[in-house]
Design a protein. Structure first.
Length: 263
C-alpha cells in the first residue's frame, strides 16, 4: 500500500512538471527592452525664446537696446517627429539614440509690426514670416527601463549630441502716406550647437513585437545665430544681427516601437 501511495505521488508530480513545461513552451516571450521605433507629438518652447516683448519709449518707438526686446524669440508651439532605438545590455540599462525634427510656429507678428511702425514713424507696417523655427537633433545616450510586468514598464533617458537650428525669415513691408516705402528682410539663419534631452515615459507591450510609448522630454541647446538683414536703410526699431539665447522646451509625444531581442 505504501508503494502504491509513493507511485501515485510520483505520477502526480511528474504530471505537474510536464504541464508546467508545456505551458512555458507556449507562453509569450518577454522583451529584454531593446527596440526601434518612431515618435511624434507636440512641442512647447519655453524661456526668453517664447517672449514677444515690445517695450517702447514715450513716442511708441521700439527701445532697440532694451534687453527684453533683444532676447525675445517669438517662438510658438509646434510639432516634433523622430526615430529612436536602444539596445539593453541588462534588464534595466541600455544605450541608444534619437534623430528628431522639431518645427515651431512664429508668434507675435502684431507686436513686431507695431514696434516698427512706431520706430519708423510711418502709417503702416506689414510683417510676414516664412516658416518658423526648425531644430534637428542627433543624440545618443543612456536608456533606463523598469518593467512592472510583461506589459507595462516605466522608461527614462538622458541624451546628448548635436542640434542644428534654423530661424524663420521675417519680411517687413513699410508704407507711408499711401506710398510703399520698401521691404526689408531678416534672413533665415542656421547655427549648430551641443544639445541635450532628458525624458521619462511609460511603455505598453501590445504583443511580443509591438509596443506603444508615451513620452515627455525636456530639451535644451544654445546655438549662436548670426543674422543678416537686407534692404534695411535705417537703423531703427528692433535690429537683430545675432541671437544667443537658450532654446528650451518640452516635448509630449506618442510612439510605436518594434521590440527586438525577445527572450
Amino acid at each position: 500500500m505504501k508503494k502504491l501511495s509513493l507511485l501515485a505521488l510520483a505520477l502526480t508530480l511528474s504530471t505537474g512538471i510536464f504541464a508546467q513545461d508545456a505551458n512555458s513552451s507556449i507562453a509569450p516571450p518577454a522583451s529584454n527592452g531593446s527596440f526601434i521605433g518612431i515618435i511624434g507629438g507636440y512641442s512647447m518652447p519655453s524661456g526668453n525664446w517664447t517672449k514677444t516683448s515690445y517695450i517702447s519709449d514715450e513716442y511708441g518707438a521700439w527701445q532697440a537696446n532694451n534687453p527684453d526686446n533683444k532676447s525675445a524669440g517669438f517662438a510658438g508651439n509646434g510639432t516634433t517627429f523622430g526615430v529612436q532605438g536602444a539596445w539593453f545590455f541588462s534588464k534595466y540599462i541600455g544605450i541608444g539614440g534619437l534623430v528628431s525634427c522639431t518645427q515651431l510656429n512664429f508668434k507675435g507678428l502684431d507686436s513686431i509690426s507695431a514696434g516698427y511702425r512706431g520706430s519708423f514713424d510711418v502709417d503702416q507696417v506689414t510683417t510676414s514670416v516664412s516658416g518658423g523655427y526648425t531644430l534637428w537633433n542627433f543624440m545618443t545616450g543612456v536608456f533606463f527601463r523598469y518593467p512592472f510586468s510583461d506589459k507595462f514598464s516605466v522608461n527614462a533617458r538622458v541624451l546628448g549630441g548635436f542640434t542644428s537650428a534654423t530661424t524663420p525669415e521675417i519680411d517687413v513691408a513699410v508704407e507711408d502716406g499711401g506710398v510703399e516705402d520698401g521691404t526689408f528682410t531678416q534672413q533665415r539663419c542656421t547655427a549648430n550647437s551641443f544639445g541635450y534631452m532628458i525624458g521619462i515615459g511609460v511603455t505598453y507591450n501590445v504583443c511580443n513585437s509591438l509596443a506603444i510609448n508615451l513620452l515627455g522630454d525636456y530639451y535644451s541647446s544654445q546655438p549662436n545665430f548670426m543674422i543678416d538683414n537686407t534692404n534695411r536703410n535705417i537703423n531703427a526699431g528692433r535690429l537683430i544681427t545675432s541671437y544667443n539665447q537658450p532654446l528650451t522646451g518640452i516635448n509630449i509625444s506618442l510612439g510605436v516601437s518594434y521590440l527586438i531581442g525577445n527572450k
